[in-house]
Each structure stands twice: as structure tokens, then as C-alpha cells.
Design a protein around this ligand. Structure first.
Ligand code: ZN
Length: 202
């Protein structure tokens, strides 16, 4: 019945990019190849991160209404909990800043939170850069400080690691020693906060 929660955010994002391309063409009738090349590249680059985020939500079926009620077992005590909140996570990948929203669970008995989606994605609790982007950074900037590596990537590959306020994330994208494969952490964790209003049905 409800197998197509229409239209997928993937389609919406790509349609937005298509409109931008149409507009670009109309507004740059005298542009040369280099200018079109840059214009089109920038439009696609801006779309890539959000599209990847939409793909993640789609693949994990987080855009499905049932996800709001989906219980998950606490890594500590095994008791099944309902989603506590929906939180935005925004790793930076080779597609650029990649925002997606996923349910965050909280076990009052164990006083720990976790996000099963992060586990599926292989995203550690404090990880900012995707594993692939970390590899790019390693190739690009070896031991450059994070900000310099980020600037270089932004220049070469158009991957902007800056947040909306224009600042770079504080934490370097290294793997942290702290265990995070359970997605566990303090209540209020290290997410970029916000997100959809809490369903707070737990
Ligand atoms: Zn528990």
C-alpha cells in the first residue's frame, strides 16, 4: 500500500538541481565552455551531499512512517525502546556535507543513547569525515592540520566542510580511540542537534 511515500527526497533534490541547470543555461547564453563547466559542476556539487543524505534516509527506510514507531534494543540491557528524538547528523563525505536525520534512542535504565542508523552506516559517534573522505585527506594533505586539508579539498574537489556559519568543525576527522560502535554515548550526545521535533513517544 504505502510502498512509495511520494515523492522521495532524492527526486525532490534532483529536480531542484535540474531547475538550477535550466536557469543557468538561460542566464548564461554567451558563456564559454569553461564557464559552463564551472557553473554545472558547482550545481552538481551543491546537490551531491543532500542527495547522498536523502539516499541514506531512503536506504534505511527512515522516511517511512513506520520508522517513527520502530523500537530498538538497548545495547546495555537489551530492552526495546521507542525513538527518543530525531536528530540530524551531518558528516562530510566526498559528496560534500551530507545531512540526514535518524532516530536517536535513549535508555533511562542504562542512561545511554544510541543511533542504530549510525551503526549500519559504520559511522562512529564523533566521526565527522566519511572513511573515504579521510582517505582523500590522507592522500591530499598527509599530516596537514584539519583546516588546511579541508581548505585544500574545498579548492580541488569543491568539498566544503564548513558549516552554515562558515566555520570548520572543531574536531579532526581521525578515528577516535573511544568505543563508539554501539553508537552509545552521553544523553545529548555529539550530534549536530536540532532535527525534527521530537516524537517523544517513549
Ligand atoms: Zn538499557
Amino acid at each position: 500500500m504505502d510502498r512509495e511515500p511520494v515523492p522521495s527526497a532524492i527526486v525532490t533534490r534532483l529536480l531542484e538541481a535540474a531547475k538550477e541547470l535550466e536557469q543557468w543555461a538561460v542566464e548564461h547564453r554567451q558563456a564559454n565552455l569553461t564557464q559552463h563547466e564551472q557553473g554545472v559542476l558547482q550545481i552538481f556539487r551543491r546537490a551531491m551531499g543532500p542527495v547522498l543524505g536523502a539516499v541514506l534516509e531512503r536506504a534505511l527506510q527512515l522516511d517511512h512512517p513506520a520508522a517513527r514507531r520502530q523500537r530498538a534494543a538497548c545495547p546495555g540491557c537489551g530492552k526495546h525502546r521507542r525513538p527518543h528524538q530525531w536528530r540530524t547528523r551531518q558528516p562530510v563525505s566526498v559528496c560534500g556535507s551530507t545531512p540526514f536525520q535518524r532516530p536517536y534512542y535513549w535508555c533511562p535504565a542504562c542512561e545511554q543513547g544510541w543511533a542504530p542508523a549510525d551503526n549500519v552506516l559504520g559511522l562512529d559517534l564523533h566521526q565527522i569525515l566519511s572513511a573515504e573522505l579521510q582517505a582523500w585527506v590522507a592522500e591530499t594533505g598527509a599530516e596537514l592540520p584539519f583546516q588546511q586539508a579541508a581548505e585544500r579539498l574545498e579548492r580541488l574537489a569543491g568539498i566544503g566542510a564548513r558549516g552554515r556559519n562558515g566555520a570548520y568543525p572543531q574536531r579532526a576527522g581521525r578515528h577516535h580511540a573511544g568505543r563508539a560502535s554501539t553508537g552509545g554515548g552521553r544523553h545529548g550526545g555529539a550530534d549536530s542537534g536540532g532535527g525534527r521535533a521530537s516524537g517523544h513517544s517513549a
